[in-house]
Design a protein around this ligand. Structure first.
Ligand SMILES: [Zn+2]
Length: 183
């Protein structure tokens, strides 16, 4: 059965005991799958707000548990911007969050202007970083310009994919790009 991206988002909402989603809401999520709605909000109607609040509470409990376990170590987490997003760049509530830095995917970071980065940083209370690509098909000659543009928008952390897999030439280009970002 072919499902829409809205169905995929709905099916990605965990309703397990640990996530503690209200059973009534879990039923509504199941019934909304296959509705043909254009957005998760449309599919869930009035229940979209409570479902989102439940998701944010669950991710917040997870972050708090990680922060407790970290015992003061510096914490950086991958984060997304799509409120219904899941996967490795999942989305957290607006904050303040108990982490030191939020690392956005390369495309998500590139889509933000300085105002949006500043709003994310002040809302989360965390630095905003980018998980930048240096592997093919990225043009190594374009890394410095691209990363400097991210830095100008307020991105202050760069996680480079993937230092250990870069050719010598790409590694040198990445080092030069980082030096350029540092000024
Ligand atoms: Zn769960």
């Amino acid at each position: 059965m072919i499902r829409s991206s809205v169905d995929e988002d709905l099916l990605s909402i965990c309703t397990c005991a640990a996530c503690d989603q209200d059973p009534e809401l879990a039923g509504a999520i199941r019934r909304a799958v296959g509705s043909g709605a254009e957005s998760v909000e449309e599919a869930l109607g009035d229940l979209a707000g409570p479902v989102l609040a439940g998701r944010r509470a669950a991710t917040r409990r997870m972050l708090d548990a990680v922060a407790d376990a970290a015992g003061g170590a510096r914490l950086t987490v991958h984060a997304g911007l799509d409120r219904w997003g899941t996967g490795s760049f999942t989305t957290f509530g607006p904050g303040p969050l108990p982490v030191d830095a939020l690392i956005l995917s390369d495309p998500a970071a590139g889509a933000l202007d300085a105002e949006a980065v500043a709003a994310l940083a002040s809302g989360s209370g965390a630095a905003v970083g980018a998980y930048v690509q240096a592997m093919p098909p990225q043009d190594p000659d374009g890394l410095a310009e691209r990363w400097q543009a991210l830095a100008r928008a307020g991105i202050t952390e760069f996680v480079i994919y993937h230092g250990g897999l870069l050719s010598a030439a790409r590694s040198a280009a990445a080092a030069a790009a980082l030096a350029a970002v540092r000024g």
